[in-house]
Write a protein that binds this ligand. Structure first.
Ligand code: F6P
Length: 342
């Protein structure tokens, strides 16, 4: 009986469990057993693993997070890390590995594939910044939270005639901010892909005030940079094992600047981890289920060093090298949509 390994790495997002469930259920039909490696790449690195049974995955499609845990462990930064992983997989009799994660996790997967590990990647990140796939697992669930937050903020902004700023995640990509802004009707939408000037935001708020709309909702991505500030605003300057500093705080910076310029109250809500948690939406459950089934199919067909990618209505096997060749930023025509509706 072939044995698959599975792991989830990087920031969690709703839908990972639905993918694990699909791999285990479809795997069982195909005669594949599944071993879960715990806490991302730390699992195969330190040989932390447990079999995942059909009972283990019962009903987990509706549960956020990941039953096998996650971490930002980077085995490429650990002395002999690759060799240790290869040895674990051999000792455990793993025929192929399915790795769910964002660019960091998938980057390690691609590197291991170069060392002969038979691996299939599955994109999961609320940032939606993986090239070649229209959407990654988790993005739409996070987007629902962002949209609801804007809906809620709108009522208070309107009632109190305030400027309310919503800071969202996304690292260097503006998908959550842009589509959240469109779905939630933000009055000002700021993206990391385009530097913004505080004076311009002030002007837009004043124009609204002059046209009889004294309130304003602003959505800003954590990676946004004002034109007069060097670098992004960091919540923590130390970097993780992949070299990323933790972003956060640009919303408050903008609020401080606007408070000094305007005569209406300006307040900030940072959505932070609320947008990563909770139950996956039906879109993410379906996408994750399709990705899980496709990952097993690709592996059984001998397609390795590839990633499951949603392209239109189809799931394709794209080379990991292609998926990792660049970061997927927002489509400019979609960015125009936010401006048109402002
Ligand atoms: O990549 C997903 C993400 O949620 C980013 O949007 C965010 O910048 C980062 O992870 C936060 O990382 P951590 O969970 O390590 O604080």
């Amino acid at each position: 009986m072939p044995q698959a390994g599975i792991l989830s790495g990087g920031g969690d997002s709703p839908g990972i469990n639905a993918a694990i469930r699909a791999v285990v259920r479809y795997g069982a039909r195909k005669g594949v057993s599944v071993l879960g490696f715990l806490e991302g790449w730390k699992g195969p690195l330190e040989d932390l693993a447990r079999p995942i049974s059909l009972e283990d995955v019962q009903g987990i499609h509706r549960v956020g997070g990941t039953i096998i845990g996650t971490s930002r462990t980077n085995p490429l930064k650990v002395e002999g890390g690759v060799e240790r992983i290869v040895a674990t997989l051999k000792r455990r009799g793993i025929d192929f590995l399915i790795a769910l994660g964002g660019d960091d996790t998938l980057g390690v997967a691609h590197r291991l594939a170069g060392d002969g590990v038979r691996i299939v990647g599955v994109p999961q990140t609320i940032d939606n910044d993986i090239a070649t796939t229209d959407y990654s697992i988790g993005f739409f669930s996070a987007l629902e939270v962002v949209t609801e937050a804007l809906d809620r903020l709108h009522t208070t902004a309107f009632s109190h005639r305030r400027v309310l700023i919503l800071e969202v995640m996304g690292r260097d990509s503006g998908w959550l901010s842009l589509l959240g802004g469109v779905a939630g009707g933000a009055d000002v939408t700021l993206l990391p892909e385009e530097r913004f000037s505080v004076a311009d935001v002030e002007r837009r708020i004043r124009e609204r005030q002059e046209s009889g709309r004294p309130f304003c909702t602003v959505i800003i991505a954590e990676g946004c940079q004002p034109t007069d500030l060097e670098g992004q605003v960091l919540a923590e300057s130390s970097v993780d094992a992949f070299g990323h500093a933790r972003l956060g705080g640009i919303g408050q910076c903008l609020a401080n600047e606007l408070t000094a310029r305007l005569d209406v109250p300006v307040r900030v809500t940072n959505l932070a981890y609320l947008q990563r948690g909770g139950s996956p939406t039906s879109f993410d459950r379906i996408l994750a289920t399709r990705f899980g089934v496709a990952a097993v199919d690709f592996a059984l067909a001998g397609k390795f060093d590839v990633m499951t990618a949603l392209q239109g209505m189809k799931i394709e096997a794209v080379p990991l090298a292609e998926a990792l060749s660049h970061q997927r930023t927002v489509d400019p025509w979609l960015a125009d949509l936010a401006d048109i509706l402002e």
